[in-house]
Design a protein around this ligand. Structure first.
Ligand code: UDP
Length: 236
């Protein structure tokens, strides 16, 4: 039985790289597609926001001399590339998917609206919502918070390579321990890096919970959907 009826899944661009240093790893992409199809078949409506950090980030571009707004636009276009890749991988295994873009660019994708996303999900399609918020100076974490709240998802599932929120960076500090549950206030007060502050504030103000979990282990998405305690639940 699924714990959630409608979810917003956030995938970072970096996670699409798999073992590579850049770009898209087809094996990782197809593992994600398989996991997503599995939960749609459980009757869950799935909206997805993907990052673009595997291709371009406006902030790091700016430090190399790119205009920040153009760099952010490059980053948003990177999310479209990733979204097309994931939709292609889903369709290849028989899972319908629709790419929506927050910036008009038909015929690459349909121009996003809340209702188009909901129509797609109610039709059994995965709604892949690209371009983040559609504006520079934001991140796809904020895009995920925004779209998740807009499409009335029950929760944001933030798939990462670590299996939750820790007291310190577990890749650097071996004594770090994982939180099973934590509030947004504690995340602020302890300075934990879960999402950027804009995204965190949006989630807190709109009482929108997130689950941070390891999406790179095949089968974990279904476990989280079933309510198994494998990640960290962050709540208002
Ligand atoms: N971006 C943006 N507005 C948004 C979302 C993303 O300008 O609403 C740009 C920004 O340059 C960002 C890049 O797209 O660095 C890729 O997104 P993000 O860094 O969130 O990707 P991730 O870290 O999840 O791979």
């Amino acid at each position: 039985m699924a714990k959630y009826k409608r979810v917003l899944l956030k995938l970072s661009g970096e996670s699409l790289m798999g073992e590579q240093q850049h770009g898209i790893d087809e094996k990782r992409l197809s593992e994600y597609a398989t996991q997503i199809k599995e939960v749609v078949e459980m009757g869950v409506q799935v909206g997805i926001v993907i990052g673009g950090g595997n291709i371009f980030r406006g902030l790091s571009g700016a430090s190399k001399g790119y205009d920040r707004v153009k760099g952010d636009q490059m980053g948003m276009l990177a999310t479209v590339i990733n979204s097309l890749g994931l939709s292609s991988a889903l369709v290849a295994i028989g899972q319908k998917a629709r790419v929506l873009t927050a910036i008009r660019m038909e015929p690459i994708g349909e121009f996003y609206s809340k209702w188009k996303a909901i129509e797609a999900m109610e039709n059994g399609e995965v709604a892949i919502i690209s371009c983040g918020t559609g504006n520079p100076f934001f991140t796809t974490d904020t895009g995920s918070a925004l779209r998740g709240i807009e499409i009335e998802a029950d929760v944001m599932l933030k798939g990462t390579r670590v299996d939750g929120v820790y007291t310190a960076d577990p890749e650097k500090d071996p004594t770090a321990t994982k939180y099973e549950k934590i509030s947004y206030d504690e995340v602020y007060n302890k300075g934990l890096k879960v999402m950027d502050l804009t995204a965190t504030t949006m989630c807190k103000e709109n009482d929108f919970p997130i689950v941070v979990f390891d999406m790179d282990t095949v089968g974990n998405l279904a476990k989280v959907i079933k309510g198994e305690n494998i990640g960290t639940y962050v709540h208002a």
